[in-house]
Design a protein around this ligand. Sequence first.
Ligand code: CP3
Length: 348
Amino acid sequence: MTGPRSSGGASSTFLAACRRQPVSHTPVWVMRQAGRYLPEYRELRSKVEFEDLTRRADLAAEVTLQPLRRFELDAAILFSDIMTPVQGMGVELEFAPGPVVRHPIRTDAQIDALPTLVPERDVPFVMESIRLIRPELPRGAPLIGFAGGPFTLLCYLVCGKPSKEFGPARSFLYAQPESAERLLDKLADAMAAYLRAQAAAGAQALMMFESWAGLLAPREFERFALRAVRRTMAALRSAGVPLIYYVNQGSALMESVADLDVDVIGVDWRSPLSTVRKVLGPNKAVQGNLDPAALFAPGEQLHRHIDAVLKEAGPEPGHIFNLGHGIWPETSPDAVARLVDYVHEATS
Ligand code: CP3
């Protein structure tokens, strides 16, 4: 264990790496770092429903800060859910634990009836929790705000529940392409407003989670998912904070995202970062990409898997260490401590 490091303010390694500037050590944070693998999260969650955790600003702030107190993470991510703003648009759903939508959206009438999201009116607790979190962040670590990618949100809205293949959502693109575009445009505009409001409240970087666009063929990815993301990101450029786009199972889509106007591409574990960096070119930073399963490797073996990711990332600036997808609830917090400390040690 090494001494405390500054990850904050103007010297934030995370924000510098987003901008492809040189850093004193490779910054590291963990997707879904605020959640069920932490005993202190489970303790709080045993008393409070998940939805209430997301709607009470003080509790969402507390859960956001929990992993930062335990580990020397270089960034915090707001505790919320990708479906929270959609609930703000009047869509009724419950978390069981994944989102289950009461009336799946499949008709033009339903799409047209979706109201415009006004974040400070419809989900004020999100911005309130950002304002509570910022002054409490240890070591001045920056706060990442986030939203779901329009296509990923469409998957839940059209299917109505979590799924492996999201068949009804994918067939919707082929059966009702104009309706799909209408819905995606609405979601793209809503997420732009939502992310802008998060930045205005104090979020220092903005990330879009595109968890399910990797299910699409490149043509459909470009026509539907990416077109909507471009619309959101174009509206966010003037917010002045780094923009991150994460596509799960996106290996085959990297050529398509290379010219998306964002600072960082989040990469799952299925392709080596050296290959991805070649395809993306010198103007993008990358974030990733250790397999979440690697956190089950004992002792030194975990270090070797981390070394392999660092080696693939290469010496050029612009790498943020992360998992390739969210941490599993079964993971030991000790493994996260070893991950964070070793990334710092190996790169300083
Ligand atoms: O630490 C963080 O990353 C912040 C919190 C966060 C949650 N959800 C909390 C949560 C974030 C960034 C999300 C994003 C999210 N939500 C995504 C995109 C990221 C990804 O993993 O691909 C998706 C697809 C969802 C939808 C969702 N919400 C699912 C599939 C589930 C079920 C189980 C799970 O954890 O994946 C949820 C519920 C949810 N969101 C929980 C948490 C901590 C578990 C709820 C509980 O405590 O019972």
